[in-house]
Design a protein around this ligand. Sequence first.
Ligand code: ATP
Ligand code: MG
Length: 353
Amino acid sequence: MSVIEIEHVDVDFPQKKGKVVKAVSDVTLHVEKGDIYGIVGFSGAGKSTLVRTINLLQKPSAGNIKINNVDFIKDGKQVISNKDLQLERRKIGMIFQNFNLLNETTVLENVAFALKHSKLSDEELEKRSLELLDLVDLKDKADFYPVELSGGQQQRVAIARALANQPDILISDEATSALDPQNTQQILDLLKKLNKELGLTVILITHEMDAVKRIATKVAVMEHGKVIEDGNLRQIFLHPKQELTKKFVGGSLEAISTLESLNLGKLGADEEVYQLVYSIANVTKSIIIELYRQIGVEVSMLYGNVELLNDEAIGTLVVLVKGDQDKQKQAREFLNEQNVTLTRLDEKGNLYD
Ligand SMILES: Nc1ncnc2c1ncn2[C@@H]1O[C@H](COP(=O)(O)OP(=O)(O)OP(=O)(O)O)[C@@H](O)[C@H]1O
Ligand SMILES: [Mg+2]
């Protein structure tokens, strides 16, 4: 069941002198209940603007938006009353990079604040807020002030607050960007737990592909206001189509820095560097040995890594292959047959343009 249906949505920002910034341009995106939907793209791609249309914090200029089966926007016009919108918005939680906590009040009061519209008694309010803090494992910090907590803990308070009205959807806009790797991991694990245990649908906007790899089930890649590629995580990783997607998934920074420090110098006419990405479970032969045996090319390993893609083991190899043009072509064909995703790199590890 789709919980978010965005169809042909545009967001235009009129500028001076009749100019228009098309921040979002003809985006269609369907999010199913229980998805953890990663949205990636460079700064200015339109990610935040797009997700702000989900709760109409940003009104689109054109298109249709339907959330939890309720029409919000049809043909660019708001069709939900402001009163109903206010109620529907409670089913959509949001967290941000800078936590947005109230620093003059305690952790408990920060969470309770999200329930101020409810008719709960003070006692019930405290009980409910403590339950929410327990959900994010921070019950013992209820009486602390936000500044007394680490960044990761502050983000967990923000998550508890975002969950106060039992939303179906949680939008995370760069929620881990200000955190160190350990806190990032904790927040991602928490989002995954909430997704599993509460059936929460999560929209995960991020610059960091690692976050997406760890928990997302689906991914959309945005560039210049458009979604240029989307699909399930595995498909995007193993068979990226667009150059930008390849950059994101193959932009294995570790591989690039390894190649930089190897300082290969200019490649010879009979040398190619390839990045190979494959599912460990699907590739049973040793592709390096087979390349030598069957094709007769010499293969040197430059970089190797195995990582989990939402629990599936994915191997990444960067290899230097030595052989004439004809052999190189045969090697590429062989690898394609083995379901290995192949990307040509230059001697510094950048994508070959
Ligand atoms: N209120 C606004 N008025 C004018 N232009 C805007 C406004 N909000 C966003 N933009 C422009 O829309 C484009 C998309 O911005 P947006 O913030 O959605 O990008 P983003 O992908 O979230 O970037 P980042 O990764 O830096 O957060 C940018 O060119 C931005 O300058
Ligand atoms: Mg943004």
